[in-house]
Ligand binder design. Structure first.
Ligand code: 5GP
Ligand code: MN
Length: 326
């Protein structure tokens, strides 16, 4: 048995805790994506159906392309001051609670439930429900919803399908197993609006985003016999194209999908921060490379925040990838 399984809570233990607690705060990570938010909303909506008060904490605003999700209008960085002391904070899709950002008030470990599918999750909660074989945190939540006996209605189904489509890259990544496709079919039968998800998340690109993509493509560098492709985004590119951080989301996948490229990196140097997104075709473990620089994620998709100049970041990330076999 692997160590993470040893320290996991069972489905029954987590469900008992969900039934016992008087109130909930669903917590998503900074720079939220469809998985962290969709998983929290799905479980939040289900708990509300069971008569529990539920709040949603997210430090950053809901990205434009996720505002169609039910309950997204209740997501906020402000929490009511009078929450019961045994409120359960449910962290979705993060390997450590620090990924929730510095605006989250201090929370005792005994009030933390950690639901995730990342390799290398730190099991920071009193309750940890971490299943790295799941394609998304949303599909991890599905095990709890089944055991809670809540009806998977249209809103919940759309949230869960959003987590799947986000984290499988629209059913393209290798985590798209037969089980994932079967579950997706069940969710669509339950009313999940696949068309809406496709339109909101994958189509419907802003013109500024496409112009920004053009700039990133112009700046692409190929190294290691074309197996490594990297590029960057900075404040100037954003100002000149009218794009913003949300418009950089999919860009690294374009770099990774160039012929012969095994690993891609996008360096995002704007708003006083330098964040790096890494993607792999499956040969090189970019989670290990990111973790060696203080970040994390999955074997094929990871990220980190870098302290230092863009040039230093280029060097450090390349060295970390070489250490993983680039
Ligand atoms: P993205 O490149 O889309 O920002 O992130 C890809 C994956 O890496 C996601 O699963 C995300 O959770 C993880 N990730 C991104 N940045 C960080 C980070 O700074 N720390 C950790 N632990 N994981 C990260
Ligand atoms: Mn995820």
């Amino acid at each position: 048995m692997i160590e993470s399984e040893l320290r996991n809570s069972t489905t029954a233990q987590v469900v008992a805790e969900l039934q016992r607690r008087p109130a909930f705060v669903m917590v998503s990570h900074v720079k939220p994506d469809g998985d962290t938010l969709g998983a929290g909303l799905a479980l939040g909506i289900a708990l509300k159906r069971l008569g529990k008060p539920v709040y949603y904490f997210q430090q950053d605003p809901v990205p434009r392309n996720l505002r169609f999700l039910a309950d997204a209008q209740f997501v906020s960085r402000d929490l009511p001051p009078d929450l019961p002391p045994d409120t359960l904070y449910v962290f979705c899709d993060m390997s450590d609670f620090t990924r929730a950002g510095e605006f989250l008030p201090k929370i005792e470990r005994e009030n933390m439930l950690d639901i995730d599918h990342h390799l290398g999750n730190s099991h920071f909660g009193a309750f940890n429900y971490v299943i790295p074989t799941e394609c998304s945190t949303g599909t991890t939540v599905m095990h709890l919803l089944r055991e809670l006996n809540v009806e998977i209605d249209r809103d919940i189904a759309t949230c869960i399908l959003t987590t799947i489509m986000t984290d499988t890259g629209g059913f393209m990544h290798s985590n798209t197993t037969p089980e994932v496709l079967e579950l997706s079919a069940q969710l669509i039968r339950a009313g999940a609006d696949k068309e809406e998800i496709t339109e909101e998340i994958f189509a419907n690109k802003r013109i500024a985003a496409t112009r920004l993509l053009g700039r990133v493509i112009d700046a692409m560098v190929f190294a290691h016999d074309g197996r490594y492709c990297y590029s960057y985004v900075d404040d100037r590119m954003l100002a000149e194209t009218g794009g913003d951080g949300e418009d950089t989301e999919d860009v690294v996948n374009v770099l990774r999908s160039q012929e012969n490229v095994e690993v891609a990196a996008l360096f995002k140097a704007y708003d006083g921060e330098l964040r790096v997104s890494l993607r792999s075709n499956g040969r090189i473990n970019v989670q290990a490379a990111a973790a060696s620089l203080g970040g994390g994620g999955h074997f094929r998709a990871s990220g980190l925040t870098f302290e230092g100049s863009l040039t230093d970041a280029f060097r450090a990330v390349e060295a970390a990838l070489v250490a993983e076999g680039l």
